[in-house]
Design a protein around this ligand. Structure first.
Ligand SMILES: *[C@@H]1O[C@H](CO)[C@@H](O)[C@H](O)[C@H]1NC(C)=O
Ligand SMILES: *[C@@H]1O[C@H](CO)[C@@H](O)[C@H](O)[C@H]1NC(C)=O
Ligand SMILES: *[C@@H]1O[C@H](CO)[C@@H](O)[C@H](O)[C@H]1NC(C)=O
Ligand SMILES: *[C@@H]1O[C@H](CO)[C@@H](O)[C@H](O)[C@H]1NC(C)=O
Ligand SMILES: *[C@@H]1O[C@H](CO)[C@@H](O)[C@H](O)[C@H]1NC(C)=O
Ligand SMILES: *[C@@H]1O[C@H](CO)[C@@H](O)[C@H](O)[C@H]1NC(C)=O
Length: 621
């Protein structure tokens, strides 16, 4: 499960510019479509030979016979609604012929292409003609063929293979992941040779229908505030409250989305991935799938063993666990508190006060801070918040409250995913400890979806509804105990095993109590073994301090896959190998993606380039 990190400094977006001229043009074109006088495909074809405002030096998009309907991305390239009677025309109308409005890569060569793929909602019922419309974006490293260049066809601008990426979740957006990481991916795995493709899985972000069960995002915020009380703050009454809320949420999902909950299991997503492969005209899937994405990957290669190409699964789950009731939660807990103690606190002390505020002694202490002292200080801080939340104020949010549950769920646990944020988080805790809650309140403010002045699209779905629908369909046939006692015990066990991750993981699986109340069995789940003989062995990556996908699970998967997988043990902090990079991991990964070289050993051990907090320093010394 990917976590939003509210303390993350927002990254510069490669997101297209919005220009007033383009806005005016878009309004004009959309207007024409509404009136039904937008050119038909044949007319568009004619426009191609008719240089004018509608023309572009790269020809017209979408190109004929492109199953993805790719057009160069602009700010408005969002797939047409499902009830649009002429989606292809509406989409073609979004093509902006001015290349200055397109999203080019940072070197000006690669280009971001936006498209969509219409796929069956139900792969197992040919009389059900409903579709899902999957948003697909691609970063094409070689750019586009100039239409006056007769030597080269546009086909040769596509790379031979495409790195298909997925960020996890379940609710993670692959198009958004592409915008953030495409250039990193193609450089890291292929020296910039291969194109990169990201898709929004069924129900996610721009794919349709959207798994959104609230009419507006703001409503979701007030709802999740109600839900946000951990066992340490409120045990049984909160269990009853959240359980009733889950029932209400699934009821609302059923009202708004009908039987959609039957069609979003991981097996359905794996079939979509195979359709993407076919649309790319590639024999095998090449890819980099992270976290829950590794569950899609394991499922995919075992459903389609002859289609297994060079596939990296990073931050490895053991997808078999997800067949068990609550398994998505309790198998994830091993190492989150290890990351806190040895990583966040321990490395802070190793780095010292120059790099980490928490390494400063508090007034009553003498000499350098020990790990035991720092752990005790933090335990005291957290205990005080359990007893009474800290009042706070920010200019942007007004009155604010720092509760134990909000601090752990929205700041501390997400911080374990991203060591690059540790200095900021340590500073925030240091000030909170000294009685100043301003930084903590600011981080919390940022974690609500309605914090920004520019509201996001009102029907953008959120993980809060999609995640449980996916997780619960994958375990729909596990025996369900009556009443709440079993769950109460599970909550107790999980929060005792990990104060850091136990609560949050528990609430991710509790909704499964109601899946079968509202939905018939999923159209398909994968229940086979994970040891099929694959065309190409899979490369797994797992880290001993991963707060979400512990190394133990990667090892269990490797053991079942046998000769069909190799594992890189990535000795570093954070979730997956992207957060705390290792030259060694990157070399093995690149040799695999680019040349198909697979390590001989079952396990390869790689170490991070740098220590957290003092990033860059070690290299300089
Ligand atoms: C298949 O789809 C048809 C048409 O939507 C529907 O009437 C029928 O119940 C479906 N069958 C199953 C087994 O879901
Ligand atoms: C949806 O995808 C777009 C890019 O395609 C991205 O800018 C946006 O942040 C995504 N939203 C969510 C909620 O993931
Ligand atoms: C679940 O929600 C529905 C719809 O609001 C309600 O009728 C039903 O009584 C609820 N069941 C439980 C167990 O809360
Ligand atoms: C991760 O958790 C496992 C299982 O609890 C434990 O054996 C292992 O030592 C932990 N790893 C670290 C680095 O603490
Ligand atoms: C509290 O912290 C904020 C942010 O670091 C700072 O701007 C402010 O001056 C602090 N307030 C006090 C009373 O020290
Ligand atoms: C996969 O494992 C099962 C036991 O779990 C075994 O019966 C089967 O033969 C194995 N298949 C292959 C291809 O190794």
């Amino acid at each position: 499960m990917e976590k939003k990190n509210p303390t993350a400094i927002s990254q510069p977006r490669t997101w297209p510019r919005r220009t007033i001229i383009w806005m005016a043009a878009a309004v004009g074109i959309v207007g024409l479509v509404r009136l039904g006088i937008f050119p038909t495909p044949a007319q568009r074809w004619a426009l191609r030979d008719n240089p004018g405002v509608q023309d572009s030096p790269y020809g017209l998009f979408p190109q004929e016979n492109d199953p993805f309907h790719f057009i160069p991305c602009t700010d408005v390239s969002r797939p047409p609604p499902l009830d649009d009677p002429t989606p292809q025309q509406s989409w073609a109308a979004l093509f902006d012929p001015n290349p200055n409005h397109w999203s080019w890569g940072s070197t000006g060569r690669g280009i971001y292409l936006c498209g969509y793929l219409d796929l069956p909602l139900d792969y197992h019922n040919s009389s059900d003609h409903r579709i899902v419309r999957i948003a697909v974006n691609k970063f094409q490293v070689a750019g586009l063929a100039h239409k006056n260049d007769p030597r080269i066809s546009s086909k040769s601008y596509r790379s031979e293979r495409t790195i298909i990426i997925n960020p996890g979740g379940p609710g993670g957006s692959g198009t958004s992941f592409l915008w953030e990481t495409a250039e990193e991916m193609t450089n890291r795995f292929s020296d910039g040779e291969l194109d990169v493709l990201g898709w929004d899985p069924r129900g996610v972000n721009f794919s349709l229908p959207a798994a959104a069960c609230f009419p507006q995002n703001g409503f979701r915020d007030r709802w999740s505030l109600l839900a946000l009380r951990y066992r340490e703050e409120a045990p049984r009454a909160q269990l009853e409250a959240v359980d009733a809320m889950n029932n209400a949420t699934f009821f609302a999902c059923q009202q708004r989305l009908g039987d959609f909950g039957r069609f979003i299991s991981t097996a359905s997503v794996a079939r979509d991935l195979d359709e993407i492969r076919k649309a790319l005209h590639e024999e095998e899937v090449t890819g980099y799938l992270v976290s829950y994405g590794t569950g899609i990957g394991q499922t995919y290669v075992n459903m389609f063993p002859t289609r297994a190409g060079r596939l990296i699964l990073d931050g490895t789950e053991y997808v078999r666990d997800h067949r068990l009731l609550g398994g998505f939660g309790w198998t994830a807990l091993d190492n989150a508190t290890d990351a806190w103690r040895d990583g966040f606190l321990g490395e802070c002390l190793n780095a010292g006060p120059k790099w980490c505020a928490l390494a400063n002694p508090v007034s009553s202490q003498n000499g350098p801070v020990t790990l035991a002292q720092l752990e005790a200080r933090m335990a005291q801080l957290l205990d005080s918040l359990k007893a009474r939340p800290q009042s706070a104020y920010t200019e942007s949010g007004g009155p604010s409250l720092v509760t134990y549950s909000a601090l752990v769920e929205r700041i501390l646990y997400p911080a374990m995913y991203r060591p690059e944020n540790w200095p900021g988080t340590a500073q925030m805790l240091y000030e909170l400890e000294a009685g100043n809650a301003t930084l903590a309140a600011k981080s919390l403010d940022l974690s609500w979806s309605e914090h920004s002045e520019k509201p996001i699209h009102p029907y953008t779905p959120a993980s809060s509804e999609l995640d449980p629908l996916v997780i619960c369909s994958d375990s729909y046939d596990a025996p369900l105990p009556d009443g709440l006692d079993w769950w109460d015990q599970l909550w107790k066990d999980m929060s005792a095993r990990s104060w850091m991750a136990g609560n949050s993981r528990f609430f991710a699986v509790l909704p499964c109590r109601y899946y079968n109340t509202y939905w018939a069995p999923p159209s398909e789940v994968y229940r086979g073994d994970l040891n099929h003989t694959l065309k190409t062995p899979t490369l797994l990556i797992a880290s001993p301090y991963d707060p979400a996908t512990p190394l133990r699970n990667g090892r269990r998967l490797r053991a079942e896959m046998g000769q069909n997988a190799r594992l890189i043990v990535h000795h570093a902090y954070g979730h997956s190998s992207r957060r705390d990079m290792s030259e060694c991991t990157n070399q093995v990964a690149k040799a695999y993606i680019l040349h198909g070289i697979i390590p001989k050993e079952q396990e390869t051990h790689c170490y991070a380039n740098e220590k957290p907090y003092v990033r860059g320093l070690i290299g300089d010394e």
